[in-house]
Design a protein around this ligand. Structure first.
Ligand SMILES: [Zn+2]
Length: 350
């Protein structure tokens, strides 16, 4: 089985975007706030939105299951109030649940958290619990910068975040460190803000004793870990200069990297530098980089091709494509069994 640990519902029916626009417009005139019930999306619309995109690519590329979450750039935690984020997160997470119910063999849910600048992360616990306990989700996306590019929150190692971490450990779910859109024009969202955040989170993790306090807490740093693998010597050296333990002891029991690096030399470097046990297969399709690489004739985000090009042992391939992700997402195996067992109770796929 090939499990892609990083996919977003970037192709959701346009009604979702229309609802969001109304919600944002209503910030100026609360009387115009659209009700949750006013958003109407049919099962057929959901099927259509996936059949020609994520499902098509799963079939063409030979992957089986995608760990699927709401569109990351649309989380936009910086917009509106905490209540805006709560409402928007519930709607987006419910839509992911519908996707997983329509295609239980293809998608497993991960939630967006209703974060908001200046609001304690503890306030996201209720939605996390709802998604895990009621919707069968296996993880969450945690935004280290709900301000959208102004970095007003304390580092991820600060006690500010601890109540949420306690709940993550209790529920046995990891978080993918994932920022959203940037409202700071200095940072291009997917080209700079995402990569900055990945790099920033890693530096925060090696600077403090977070994982002494939470030995079972797990994070996935997406987009290949940002700049980290390329600068591995810098981070090892900085840890040494700061009197910190080696990276293998301080973070590599808790921090994992995905393979959303969109060229072969990048993947070769990642696998050379980061222990294989800390790497999870992912493509983030259909997402940040949608085009076809003229040098290869294949989609940049067809990351399975890069791994297939490497001389990996069968045991290592199994870890990268399946074994590691099952370890990092401890609820995944049971959820797959639960969803695949449901297939006969649901309409057959097109
Ligand atoms: Zn993503």
């Amino acid at each position: 089985m090939i499990i892609d640990c990083h996919g977003h519902y970037t192709t959701a029916p346009k009604e979702l975007e229309t609802f969001r626009k109304k919600q944002i417009d209503a910030l100026k005139d609360p009387a115009q706030n659209p009700s949750r019930e006013s958003l109407k999306i049919s099962d057929d619309q959901i099927r259509e939105s996936l059949e020609k995109a994520q499902l098509k690519f799963q079939r063409e590329r030979g992957t089986d299951i995608t760990i699927f979450s709401p569109r990351a750039s649309a989380m936009a935690h910086h917009i509106g109030t905490e209540q805006t984020s709560i409402e928007w997160s519930r709607i987006c997470n419910d839509l992911i649940h519908r996707v997983c119910s329509l295609y239980p063999e293809n998608f497993i849910g991960v939630c967006q958290l209703p974060q908001s600048p200046g609001v304690p992360p503890a306030n996201s616990i209720a939605e996390l619990e709802r998604c895990v306990n009621e919707l069968g989700f296996v993880g969450c996306n945690l935004n280290p910068d709900p301000s959208g590019g102004h970095w007003t929150s304390p580092p991820l190692t600060d006690r500010h975040w601890y109540p949420l971490y306690e709940k993550m450990c209790e529920l046995d779910v990891p978080a993918m460190v994932h920022v959203s859109s940037s409202c700071n024009p200095v940072f291009h969202a997917t080209g700079a803000h995402y990569i900055n955040a990945d790099t920033t989170a890693f530096m925060q993790f090696i600077s403090a004793d977070l994982f002494k306090d939470f030995p079972t807490l797990k994070f996935v740093i997406p987009h290949g870990g940002g700049a980290v693998p390329f600068h591995w010597g810098r981070y090892r050296g900085l840890a040494q200069d700061m009197g910190r333990p080696p990276l293998t002891e301080s973070v590599l029991k808790n921090v994992y990297f995905d393979t959303c690096v969109y060229h072969l030399p990048g993947i070769e470097l990642l696998l050379k530098v980061v222990p294989l046990d800390n790497i999870l297969f992912a493509s983030e399709m259909v997402g940040a980089v949608k085009g076809i690489d003229p040098q290869t004739g294949h989609h940049y985000d067809d990351t399975k091709r890069y791994l297939d090009a490497l001389p990996l042992s069968a045991a290592d391939r199994h870890k990268l494509f399946e074994g590691n992700v099952r370890k990092v997402y401890p609820r995944l195996t049971k959820q797959i069994e639960k969803q695949v067992g449901q297939r006969h109770a649901l309409p057959s796929k097109a």
